[in-house]
Design a protein around this ligand. Structure first.
Ligand SMILES: *Cc1c(COP(=O)(O)O)cnc(C)c1O
Length: 371
């Protein structure tokens, strides 16, 4: 048994194709026009690295960016063009207002208290500050209830103290095209918009952008589709963005009756050839893929055997000729041969979670665009 890492990467390597992200942005933007197309880059651009992804999208013409937290906005504020808008989806925690003003971000106000705090922040700097207002149209997660939105609509003093840049809501079942709730949420949203001061409107995430034209309104807010995930979009043919490969650390042959990995979850029925790769759940590769995931090498699908460990995974390499896979070779676990949506399904989750879990230990490499 040998152990070598010929290309200098002893860890998992995440290759992010910025050109593919830009191509996916164009696909969604074409589909969404005349609505403008934003980019949701929360959670470090779904694990892919917002500091590289957001500027690439800006070069493609994107001018509206969404993060979840003010801390994420801090990291990005200087990386975006001066005319870009940076929205904070979760709004501000009490006390964050001054920092948000300095950064020039646009909070998404989700509750009456947040509206009042932002109006106060504006009064203290002598101007109405830009804000987005989220209303809850049927998800019960974030945003003003219909009653709260109507009360605000009648409060001219409070409304006059904020500069309303966007009114938005979020779909609970936007990835289910035939779901009647989508139309109901759209109707409720538009009815509330009629009562509020005129402002651009936004309802659609990736799923919503591919529903009927009425869901596009003025601004669509795709996230996962920019990064290549879209189980329900089918025909739109998004490009594969993220490729994750991992090095083979060692290979071995075992006789029949050998217990494999933690808990001996698997036992060989016959002699087997195995390879152990340097990737595990500490890298964000789901332990749920135990017994269900696989890797790809030169046309062969190599199933995971036994438990996914913290730093390693054991593969059954019987599909390859003996000696074809050696220590130092790299196998693909995500990418063109292991599509994101397939991996997500195997792990019992969605593409969003597979990407967002990708950990800091992975080496991120950017391709598809001049540095
Ligand atoms: C995360 C998020 C999005 C993007 O959703 P995708 O399914 O990744 O396109 C859009 N809007 C809001 C409010 C979100 O929280």
């Amino acid at each position: 048994m040998t152990s070598r890492c010929s290309d200098g990467f002893s860890t998992g390597r995440l290759t992010v194709d910025l050109g593919a992200i830009r191509a996916n942005y164009r696909t969604v933007a074409r589909r969404s026009a005349p609505a403008a197309t934003a980019a949701v880059v929360k959670a470090d651009a779904y694990g892919l690295g917002a500091a590289r992804v957001a500027p690439a999208l800006a070069r493609e013409g994107c001018r509206d960016f969404f993060v979840a937290h003010l801390g994420e906005a801090r990291v990005l504020a200087n990386a975006l063009p001066a005319d870009a808008a940076l929205y904070v989806l979760n709004g501000l925690a009490p006390g964050e207002e001054a920092d948000a003003v300095t950064l020039g971000v646009i909070p998404v106000l989700n509750a009456p208290d947040q509206v009042r705090a932002w109006a106060d922040a504006g009064r203290s700097v002598g101007r109405a500050l830009p804000a987005a207002l989220q209303v809850d149209s049927g998800m019960a997660r974030l945003g003003l209830s219909a009653d709260e939105a109507l009360a605000l609509a009648d409060d001219a003093g409070l409304l006059g103290a904020i500069d309303l840049k966007l009114v938005m809501t979020h779909l609970a079942r936007g990835d289910e095209p035939d779901e009647g709730l989508n139309d109901l949420q759209l109707q409720r949203f538009l009815a509330l918009c009629e009562r509020l001061p005129p402002a651009p409107r936004s309802i659609a995430n990736s799923g919503g952008a591919f529903l009927a034209a009425g869901f596009r309104q003025d601004l669509v807010r795709p996230g996962v589709s920019l990064y290549g995930g879209a189980p329900h979009i089918g025909g739109a043919a998004l490009a594969s963005v993220a490729t994750l490969d991992a090095p083979v650390i060692q290979t071995r042959e075992i006789p029949a009756g050998t217990g494999i990995g933690y808990g001996h979850l698997a036992t060989s029925d016959a002699p087997m050839r195995l390879a152990t790769i340097g990737l595990g759940y500490a890298d964000g590769w789901p332990r749920e893929l135990t017994g269900r995931g696989s890797a790809w090498f030169e046309g062969a699908v190599l199933p995971f055997v036994g438990r996914v460990s913290m730093d390693s995974i054991i593969l059954d390499i019987g599909a390859l000729p003996a000696g074809a896979l050696k220590a130092g070779d790299r196998v693909e676990v995500l990418g063109p041969n292991r599509p994101l949506d397939t991996v997500a399904e195997e792990a019992g989750t969605i593409a969003h979670e597979i990407l967002a879990r990708l950990g800091p230990r992975l080496r991120r490499v950017y391709v598809g665009e001049a540095a």
